[in-house]
Design a protein around this ligand. Structure first.
Ligand SMILES: Cc1ncc(COP(=O)(O)O)c(C=O)c1O
Length: 370
């Protein structure tokens, strides 16, 4: 037998499972693409804002050139929005890129990363990709247990990932609890506070994480344009942190990791308050609709502050895949979460009213068929 390529810790990685593309489901199940409803990747059902489309169309003329590596204008816009200097901002090819860069910049193979059970899959992937040690802290009520996470930090730990709200569970940690946690985390351990869904939070749950960045040199707040801003396909995310951290991330960042169209669209989206508000309102109404249907059907769900809901579709470990298949056959794509250790559950992204209705109708049929 020949020696396999690559380190064993890379061979052991289970690749990320993305939501099934509409075209693939149409081919596999012989369905009309136009009738398929995709609620599988926590995308904004409104699509991208018109303002971003216009900005992108204008930017097309310059595509023969490399993007601005330092993204001067986008950083200036973010800097004004969050009242931090531009050198506190790192841009990523999606916030996924930020998570990966942070892990690579801060952690060696012999060291450890702490994250919660049922938290975003990329934390595990980033850890495994380094061959570093994962310290996975059991969840409480499907959410982060910050006291246990604090206790789990050991001498080798260099990074902690906290998702708020979390994906795939939608759980939310109050700001005061995060602040108390940050107060106790050792200075040499960096906390990445992943706020991919923060724009969906109702006013009463909001907290000022950027103020914490000013206080804690070991805090990196990560945000994305993929969700409420509607730019998932363009891949733009960013991190805010003090210059010592930002400088480190910048050394590992690919020089042109955010393309020109994405930079132009992100500036427009950032300034489109109306679109953001519309997205949040649509999401809140869709959440009420979906959870009312789950209540009616007697299905358990985890209260969510994201643009998705985790729902338990049966009490046996085959339930998630069985109901998922029944949904696919009816042209509804959601996300099975067996890979998260949640085989009885499905994660459904909140869609347009008609998409939510189509999902509910298909779910009812799937439950009786399953
Ligand atoms: C919690 C969380 N963080 C980060 C991301 C990465 O998103 P993106 O790379 O599109 O910014 C996601 C995407 O689903 C997410 O759910």
């Amino acid at each position: 037998m020949t020696t396999p390529f690559g380190p064993s810790y890379v061979r052991q990685i289970a690749p990320y499972v993305a939501g099934k593309p509409i075209s693939e489901v149409a081919r596999e199940f012989g369905l009309d693409e136009a009738k398929i409803v995709k609620l599988a990747s926590n995308e904004n059902p409104l699509g991208m804002p018109e303002s971003a489309k216009r900005a992108m169309a204008e930017a097309v003329a310059e595509l023969g050139r490399y993007p601005d590596s330092n993204a001067f204008e986008l950083k200036a816009a973010l800097s004004a929005r969050y009242d931090v200097p531009a050198d506190w901002i790192t841009l990523g090819n999606g916030s996924n890129d930020i998570l990966e860069i942070a892990a690579h910049a801060l952690v060696e193979k012999s060291q450890a990363i702490v994250y919660a059970q049922y938290s975003f899959a990329v934390y595990a992937l980033a850890t495994q990709g380094l061959g570093a040690r994962a310290i996975v802290v059991p969840a409480v009520n499907y959410g982060h247990d910050l006291d246990a996470m604090l206790a789990a930090i050991d001498a080798d730990t260099r990074l902690v990932f906290v998702a708020n709200p979390n994906n795939p569970t939608g759980t939310f940690i109050e700001g005061a609890k995060i602040e108390a946690f940050l107060d106790k985390v050792p200075r040499e351990v960096v906390v990445v506070l992943d706020e991919a869904y923060t724009e969906y939070l109702p006013a009463e749950k909001r907290y000022d994480s950027i103020a914490w960045v000013r206080r804690y040199p070991n805090l990196l707040v990560s945000r994305t344009f993929s969700k409420a801003y509607g730019l998932a396909g363009l891949r733009v995310g960013f991190a805010i942190g003090q210059p010592e951290l930002t400088d480190l991330l910048n050394r590992l960042r690919q020089p042109f990791n955010v393309n020109s169209l994405a930079q132009a669209a992100a500036i427009a989206a950032l300034n489109d308050a109306e679109f953001l508000q519309q997205s949040a309102e649509l999401n809140a109404a869709g959440y009420r609709k979906l959870t009312a249907a789950f209540d009616r059907l007697g299905l358990e769900y985890v209260p969510s502050d994201g643009n998705f809901v985790l729902v338990r579709v049966g009490n046996d470990d085959g339930a998630g895949s069985r109901v998922n298949l029944a949904l696919l056959k009816q042209g509804v794509i959601v996300r099975p979460v067996g890979n998260y250790g949640l085989p009885q559950w499905l994660r459904v992204t909140i869609g347009l009213p008609e998409e939510n209705d189509a999902f509910i109708a298909a779910l009812e049929k799937s439950l009786t068929a399953a």
